[in-house]
Design a protein around this ligand. Structure first.
Ligand SMILES: [Zn+2]
Length: 409
C-alpha cells in the first residue's frame, strides 16, 4: 500500500506516514511525522516554545485497529526546555494520551461504559492495568468538563452504597426525571448531602419539589435544612427492602434454632436456597406449598411472611386516607406479633409514617432509582477490584450518570 494512502486512511491532521516498519498477521507498525514542522507545545505551561529543543525520542502509540490488525504508530516526540519554570518538559500532542491515541482511548471508554474493564480488556487485547489507566484518564478529563456544573432537579432520590468492606460508603443523588446520577461523593450522612445542597445554592434547593430516600436520619435532617419546599418520601423500594430484611432476620433465627433441634425438614425449608421463594411476592404453586408446610412447621416465619405480604396493601391503597388506615393497622399488627424484627420495624414505620404516606401526595416513580441502584450495586460488586473511591465515583457517572456516552447530557 502506498504511504499516502495509509496517511489518508489514518487521517491525523498534519501527520504523514513515512515508513511501514512492520506488517504481520496481527499488527501494523508505522512511523509518522509532522507534515509541517510546528514548534513544540509545552506540557508544563501549555505555551509554544520556539527554541530550546532538548531531545527527541520515538513514542510508541497504539491507535484504532485496521482490518482486525492492531495499529502501532511510532511518533517522534520532543523534550523542550520550558522557559516558565526552567525544567525539561515533554511536548504536548493533542491527539495523544500517554501511550495511546485519543480516539483509541475514547473507544476504550465507550466499551468500559457498557461492560466490565476486564471484558473490555479481553476484547481489545489489553491487560487490566492498561484499561484502568486509559479509562481513568478519560473519565478524569470528562469529569473536568462535565461534573462542575449542576442543574437543580425537581424530583430527586438520594441513596448510599457500600463500595468496600468495613462500611465504606458513597452517596449518590439521582435526578428522577432525567433518570441519571447527577452528583456523588465519598461518605454518607448529613455532612455529605449538605455538600450537594450547598453546591446547588439556595435557588437550586428551592427548585426541589420532592426528595426520596431510605429515610436515614442524616439525609432527612440535611434535606429539612436546605430543601425546605421539598416533600420527603420514604422510597417505595426501601420500604420493601426493610420488610425483606426483617423477614430474613426471622428466617435466620428460626434456621439457627431448627439446626440446634436437628429439625431437618424445617432446615430444608428455611435454608438459603429457599430464601428467594420466601422473599418473592409471586403467588406460585411452589410458594403456596411452602407456605402451607411452614404454617404447620414454624408459626413465627409463617407469621412474618404474612406480615410482609400484608404490607403490600398499603401501597395498593387508592388514596392517602385509605393508606393511612391500612398502615396504622399494619403497625399495630407488627407490634403485637412479638417478633422482635417486626416490632422494631413497626416502630420504625411509625416514626417515619409521614414519609411513607407522602408517596400518595407525590407519586415518585421509584422504579428509576431502584433500577439505577441495582446498576450501582452491580458496579460496587466489581468495585472490590477498584483501586480508589474516586475512580468508583467516576465509574458510577460513566454507567448511570453524567459521564455516560449513551445518555445525552
Ligand atoms: Zn513551558
Amino acid at each position: 500500500m502506498q504511504l499516502n494512502t495509509i496517511t489518508e486512511l489514518l487521517d491525523i491532521p498534519n501527520y504523514k506516514v513515512t515508513h511501514v516498519i512492520h506488517n504481520d498477521g496481527n499488527s501494523l507498525h508505522f512511523i509518522v511525522e509532522q507534515i509541517e514542522r510546528l514548534p513544540p507545545l509545552c506540557s508544563g505551561c501549555g505555551r509554544v516554545h520556539a527554541g530550546g529543543i532538548h531531545s527527541v525520542w520515538m513514542n510508541l502509540i497504539e491507535d484504532l485497529p485496521i482490518s482486525g490488525k492492531r495499529v502501532f504508530l511510532h511518533v517522534p516526540r520532543r523534550k523542550v526546555h520550558c522557559l516558565e519554570d526552567d525544567t525539561i518538559r515533554v511536548e504536548e500532542i493533542p491527539w495523544l494520551r500517554k501511550r495511546f491515541s485519543l480516539r483509541f482511548a475514547k473507544q476504550v471508554y465507550r466499551l468500559t461504559a457498557i461492560t466490565t474493564n476486564q471484558e473490555a480488556g479481553w476484547y481489545l487485547g489489553l491487560d487490566d492495568e492498561t484499561v484502568y489507566r486509559i479509562d481513568k484518564c478519560m473519565l478524569e478529563t470528562l469529569a473536568r468538563e462535565k461534573l462542575d456544573s449542576l442543574v437543580a432537579p425537581t424530583m430527586m432520590s438520594v441513596d448510599e452504597v457500600s463500595w468496600q468492606k468495613r462500611h465504606k460508603y458513597v452517596t449518590n443523588v439521582i435526578d428522577i426525571e432525567k433518570r441519571k446520577v447527577i452528583w456523588n461523593h465519598n461518605g454518607r450522612g448529613k455532612v455529605v448531602l449538605d455538600k450537594f445542597y450547598r453546591k446547588l445554592g439556595s435557588d437550586g434547593c428551592a427548585n426541589i419539589q420532592a426528595v426520596a430516600s431510605d429515610g436515614a436520619r442524616g439525609f432527612l435532617s440535611s434535606t429539612k435544612t436546605f430543601a425546605k419546599n421539598a416533600l420527603i418520601v420514604l422510597d417505595h423500594f426501601h420500604v420493601k427492602k426493610y420488610l425483606n430484611d426483617a423477614l430474613d432476620t426471622v428466617r435466620k433465627e428460626e434456621l439457627h434454632k431448627a439446626r440446634k433441634e436437628n429439625n431437618d425438614e424445617l432446615c430444608k425449608i428455611l435454608h438459603c436456597n429457599q430464601r428467594f421463594i420466601l422473599m418473592k411476592s409471586a403467588k406460585g404453586k411452589k410458594k403456596q406449598d411452602l407456605l402451607g408446610k411452614l404454617a404447620t412447621l414454624n408459626e413465627r416465619v409463617y407469621q412474618a411472611m404474612l406480615l410482609k405480604e400484608q404490607f403490600l396493601s398499603v401501597y395498593a391503597a387508592k388514596d392517602r386516607q385509605t393508606a393511612q388506615t391500612t398502615l396504622k393497622d399494619w403497625i399495630v399488627a407488627a407490634m403485637k406479633s412479638k417478633i422482635s424484627a417486626f416490632v422494631e420495624l413497626g416502630n420504625k414505620f411509625f416514626r417515619k409514617r409521614h414519609f411513607i404516606l407522602n408517596y400518595f401526595i407525590c407519586n415518585i416513580t421509584t422504579a428509576i432509582s431502584e433500577g439505577i441502584n441495582n446498576k450501582i450495586k452491580r458496579l460496587s460488586r466489581m468495585a472490590y477490584g477498584f483501586k480508589d473511591v474516586y475512580y468508583f465515583l467516576l465509574k458510577i457517572h460513566q454507567h448511570c450518570g453524567m459521564l455516560n456516552p449513551r445518555i445525552s447530557t
